[in-house]
Design a protein around this ligand. Structure first.
Ligand code: CTP
Length: 454
């Protein structure tokens, strides 16, 4: 009898889900086999130890040499090759794997796997492993739509260890347009990381706001700020990886929103407030990363303002925008949703953060010295202090993705704590942030489902 996913491996710290993991990429014979090379390279770059198994048909599209060069390991191609079995041992590899990815999974390979076949390197690997198996289908649209393919896939996913990512929709190599494209390698990597991560936010609804707001002066010009949206987008992606249902309210940003996250694009503070109100119903936490413009022009000119008419000196009358976070804090009854604000400061970081914690009646302020090099706006790294009603915790400088996970560690902890409706206690001394404890990760249940790209 096939058992569920292996339970002898603990879910990993989501910030480093792939680092040090053993992943077997199984390549079946379809035109998208060439994209498996990029997938392998990305997994390797993320710190995984990657092994590759190929069917005979896959080798007609890409040679094992390509994968051997990328992984620096022999490629598993033949069940009955004495040398390969002596050096790799397919059962040993299947046992050691933390995750098996079938990419591309052709209609033929899905049919074979669904029927429990094990007569080549790929099918034997998939049947023998107790690790989760991520299937990335890729085929002609009519093959994908065929009831037998659907039946085969449904049969596979009825067994707990199988998950599916993709296929994408678009122009296919067979010149048809529709579903059947292999999911993008980056999306497969994210689905893999999700499968290996602790799912400590499963069942939680999080709303994250990110980016600047633009307040129009006229159809061409606006009042805005330097926020890139990177920190909020990293938080949304990190929460999604940990199993949360995430809605992102995103101001004008050049950074693409994360896969699988419902995103509402807004431009002004008023739009942000409206979108946030709508998204917040039933939310467990609201994280206000957005750099909301504090003021907007009192009126918006319908036509472009002309220099000649304005003269050498001019002034724009500004009116205050609502403090969205403070209004959420004021309106909240009890302790749900958990309210998290950011404080972008250039001086007196902790003191100003504490003032915002109290005045906005929130549970946590992520304090950010935006004048520090490699922290704050636009860069890919950050250095923050987590200020709550009891303590101040330093999160050492790291990538925004890692900082996002350390902020979420704190939020997960706060979900588990009893909180006073509006804390008035004075914060205590600064403590260094500790990485997520392995015991906590062990206790978490992995329920992650790979999702198709939005
Ligand atoms: N915020 C908000 N609405 C505003 C301004 C800020 O909801 N009109 C939120 C931000 O999203 C952030 C927090 O309040 O979570 C603090 O924002 P920040 O710009 O640091 O401070 P301000 O409240 O604008 O105060 P100041 O400009 O005086 O520092």
């Amino acid at each position: 009898m096939l058992e569920g996913p292996r339970t002898d491996r603990a879910p990993r710290d989501p910030a480093f889900a792939l680092t040090g993991s053993h992943i077997v990429v199984c390549v079946a014979g379809g035109i998208a086999a060439y994209k498996a090379a990029e997938l392998v390279r990305m997994l390797d770059k993320a710190g995984a130890t990657v092994h590759v198994a190929m069917t005979a048909r896959a080798q007609k599209f890409v040679t094992p040499m390509t994968f051997q060069a990328l992984t620096r390991r022999p490629v598993f191609t033949d069940l009955f090759n004495l040398t390969e079995e002596a050096t790799i041992g397919h059962i040993q590899l299947a046992d050691r794997a933390d995750l098996v990815i079938v990419a591309p999974a052709t209609a033929n390979s899905i049919a074979r796997l669904a029927n429990g076949m094990a007569d080549d390197a790929v099918s034997a690997m998939v049947l023998a492993t107790r690790a989760p198996v991520l299937i990335a289908p890729s085929m002609n649209v009519n093959m994908w739509n065929h009831p037998l393919t659907r039946e085969n896939l449904a049969k596979l996913v009825s067994v707990a260890k199988y998950q599916v990512v993709g296929p994408g929709d678009g122009f296919l190599a067979c010149r048809w347009t529709g579903p059947g494209r292999l999911a993008e390698p980056a999306d497969i990597v994210e689905a893999a990381a999700t499968l290996l991560s602790t799912q400590d936010l499963a069942g939680k609804k999080l709303v994250v706001s990110a980016g600047p707001t633009y307040e129009a002066i006229d159809p061409v010009r606006f009042v805005g700020n330097r926020s890139s949206g990177k920190m909020g987008i990293a938080l949304a992606a990190a929460a999604k990886r940990r199993g949360a249902d995430v809605t992102l309210i995103l101001g004008p940003s050049a950074v693409p929103p994360p896969i699988g996250v419902t995103t509402n694009n807004v431009e002004t503070a008023a739009q942000l407030q409206w979108a946030l109100e709508n998204a917040s119903k039933g939310a467990d936490a609201i994280i206000m990363t957005a750099a909301v413009a504090d003021y907007r022009p009192a009126s918006e000119a319908k036509e472009k303002l002309k220099r000649g008419a304005l003269g050498q000196k001019t002034a724009i009358e500004l009116v205050a925008n609502p403090d969205v976070l403070a209004e959420l804090g004021r309106a909240r009854k009890g302790t749900t949703p958990l309210l998290v604000g950011f404080a972008a400061e250039t001086e007196d970081l902790i003191e100003n953060a504490r003032k915002k914690l109290e005045s906005k009646q929130v549970d946590l302020i992520v304090a950010n010295d935006v004048s520090e090099p490699n922290a704050g706006f636009a860069v890919d790294t950050n250095h923050v202090q987590l200020v709550d009603h009891d303590e101040v915790t330093d999160v050492p400088p790291a990538s925004k993705a890692e900082v996002a996970h350390r902020i979420l560690d704190k939020i997960v902890m706060m979900f588990g704590e009893e909180r006073a409706p509006r804390g008035k206690a004075k914060p205590k001394a600064v403590a260094a942030a500790k990485p997520a404890k392995p015991q906590k990760l062990l206790a978490a249940k992995s329920t992650g489902k790979a999702k198709k790209r939005r």
